[in-house]
Design a protein around this ligand. Structure first.
Ligand code: GLA
Length: 373
């Protein structure tokens, strides 16, 4: 499937893991609409692992667990489509899914057809229990081909966590997005480490196959399956801002039926969503120091997105010179920066942008190039 920007939506795993059923999925779909998140762009509803019966049927097809999904997946997909949303599901390229359910290895063509028949729009494809005798690239290519021939546009979301040098082969498989990191957990160390892991993978993302930094933990506040500790509001802001600067898919992982106002307004931040969804898909680059990285990306309309991130445990001052951004002294140009949190306009002073940041704080600017004043 051809996508021009990273997908946005909600996925059941981070909070609910195996505790999923039809009611939860439909209530979450309704919540996406009622909260205005769908209107802000979050339009995929994705069921992760643990939806199937442990045995296939007599024709070798996957079967949705009738206790959890009494009306079956086709009926659920139809209801989600009626709401104007898209429907995602999950399978795995190895011998079993990570939670021990049937996977699609050597059944790719049957399963891709089943997903198409059910009306699936998005397939997350995991990497657990890969036999040593098989190569990841072969397993993902098999599903990529099966999806491309199933008669339905299905977004192919590869989830091999960056293992086995995924970045070297993932674009050969037809995947639309690829998990460029291990699993996320709802705490600061996980957020910080996933951001740092991205730095040498920036060249492998972008249009054609976006780097997927895993589902968002924003709003989990320590509750749910990966809710190991929780983050402060400042840390959730940095998490979301970094995912947007790095053009990751934005798949919400909290319980959106009970979302709090801070989380809702963060997830709807129009400046950050605009940067994440920018169709130029230029590569993000990093300047600044190890502890206070500055992430920069050229945008479709000629603006620049500039994010100052304090990953350290002390206050820091981030400093960025305009000529590091390609705005040389002879250009007679400067920037008008719009702060993504306050909408305030900020201007460089003597060709330099400074930002003082408390520990774990950040700011992203959308910067317009203007004549020097
Ligand atoms: C892996 C994936 C997670 C989730 C679980 C489900 O760990 O990386 O995102 O899908 O499997 O079992």
């Amino acid at each position: 499937m051809k996508i021009n920007k990273p997908p946005m939506g909600w996925n059941s795993w981070n909070t609910f893991a195996e505790n999923i059923d039809e009611k939860l999925i439909l209530d979450s779909a309704n919540a996406l609409i009622d909260t205005g998140l769908a209107a802000a762009g979050y339009n995929y509803v994705v069921i992760d692992d643990c939806w199937a019966l442990k045995e296939r049927d007599k024709n070798g097809k996957l079967v949705a667990d009738p206790k959890k999904f009494p009306h079956g997946m086709k009926a659920l997909a139809d209801k989600i489509h009626e709401k104007g949303l898209k429907f995602g599901m999950y399978s795995c390229s190895g011998r079993m899914t990570c939670a021990g359910y049937p996977s699609s290895m050597d059944r790719e063509w049957t399963d891709a057809q089943t997903f198409a028949d059910w009306g699936v729009d998005y397939l997350k494809y995991d990497y657990c229990f890969k036999p040593n005798t098989r190569r990841g690239e072969d397993l993902y290519r098999a599903m990529g081909l099966a999806l491309a021939n199933c008669g339905r546009d299905i977004l192919f979301s590869a989830c091999s966590w960056g293992a086995d040098k995924t970045h070297e082969w993932i674009r050969t498989t037809g995947a639309d997005i690829w998990r460029s990191t291990g699993d996320i957990f709802d705490n600061w160390n996980s957020v910080k480490s996933l951001i740092e892991q991205q730095f040498d993978r920036l060249a492998f993302g972008g249009k054609g196959c976006f780097n997927d930094m895993d589902m968002l933990i924003t709003g989990m506040r320590g509750a749910g399956h990966v809710g190991l500790g929780g983050c402060t509001d400042t840390e959730y802001r940095l998490h979301f801002a970094a995912w947007c600067m790095l053009q990751s898919p934005l798949m919400i992982g909290c319980d959106i039926r009970n979302i709090d106002p801070f989380t809702l307004s963060l997830l709807k931040n129009p400046v950050l969503i605009g940067i994440d969804q920018d169709e130029k898909c230029a590569q993000t680059y990093r300047i600044g120091s190890e502890t206070t990285p500055i992430l920069v990306r050229a945008l479709e309309n000629g603006d620049i997105a500039i994010g100052f991130f304090n990953l350290s445990d002390q206050s820091q001052r981030g400093t960025c010179m305009l000529d590091e951004l390609g705005i040389g002294i002879h250009s007679h140009k400067t920037l008008e920066l719009t702060d993504c949190w306050t909408n305030e306009k900020v201007y460089p002073s003597n060709g330099v942008i400074f930002k003082n940041l408390d520990a774990h704080d950040c700011v992203v600017y959308r910067a317009k190039i203007i004549e020097e004043r």
